[in-house]
Design a protein around this ligand. Structure first.
Ligand code: IPE
Ligand code: IPE
Ligand code: MG
Length: 238
């Protein structure tokens, strides 16, 4: 579709970066090499997304289920995230992006938690891309943690059960204050959401591509935006 006046840029794009392992396997490389390349692509797509006018970008980097992988792969992923967070401290001041980590970070190594806190703090007032990274994130876990927080407020007498509505409940989510994604992209051909943002994606458009994440690029991102532009979002209306 040609870019025209009415071309709509989704405000919030959420991406399930999948296929690193298969990308490596095709090249007879260890899975870790796929993750290294995947993390380079993640950096580049951040810039491309902002260039294209996307305001919010959310990446699924490590799920609550990914602990089930072999220990050496989990270690490799954690080390990559460690490096990514550290590099992002400097990068965020260069490109003005605001970074937030979603997920239960209490299960991560203390030094990684510290880097995350520092990164969130130094980038908090940046006005460029609003960038979320999901680490030890599971949608069901996020909902359960939100329920517990709400129940705690009820117990303290600060919240009445009958006052809990969608807006108030969403205030307890890791993504509180962040608009729901307009578009969800998943690479590598899997057509499932794997516990990614179940509440937030309830009305999002879904784009699936066979391209493996380490091969994803700006051209592929534009294809997803073209697809998005071909959709008619009805939100239950006619
Ligand atoms: C996505 O790639 C990265 C993470 C889940 C961390 P995979 O590692 O799932 O790659 P495949 O699906 O095995 O190809
Ligand atoms: C989803 O990918 C999680 C991330 C991309 C971080 P997986 O590769 O872990 O998902 P499944 O196991 O194929 O559902
Ligand atoms: Mg996978």
């Amino acid at each position: 579709m040609a870019e025209s006046k009415e071309y709509k840029i989704p405000r919030h794009v959420a991406i399930i970066m999948d296929g690193n392992g298969r990308w490596a396997k095709k090249r007879f490389l260890p899975r870790k090499a796929g993750h290294v390349q995947g993390s380079r692509v993640a950096e580049q797509i951040c810039e491309d997304a902002y260039d294209l006018g996307i305001e919010y970008l959310t990446y699924y980097a490590f799920s609550t289920e990914n602990w089930a992988r072999p220990q050496d792969e989990v270690d490799a992923l954690m080390n990559l995230l460690r490096k990514y967070m550290k590099d992002s401290i400097e990068r965020s001041s260069r490109n003005n992006m605001r970074v937030r980590v979603i997920g239960d970070i209490s299960a991560l190594a203390p030094d990684l938690q510290e880097s995350i806190r520092k990164l969130e703090e130094v980038s908090a007032s940046n006005t460029g891309l609003k960038f979320q990274v999901a680490i030890n994130y599971g949608g069901r876990d996020e909902i359960l943690r939100a329920v517990r927080k709400a129940a705690e407020k009820v117990k303290e007498g600060e919240l009445k059960p009958e006052d809990i509505n969608e807006e108030i409940f969403y205030g307890f989510f890791d993504t509180a204050g962040i608009p729901y994604p307009d578009l969800m992209i998943r690479t590598s051909g899997e057509m499932r959401t794997s516990n990614f943002l179940p509440w937030q994606l309830a009305y999002s458009e879904f784009y699936f591509t066979d391209v493996l994440w380490p091969d994803f690029n700006k051209k592929e991102l534009k294809k997803a935006l073209d697809y998005y532009n071909g959709r008619e979002r009805r939100f239950g209306g006619v």
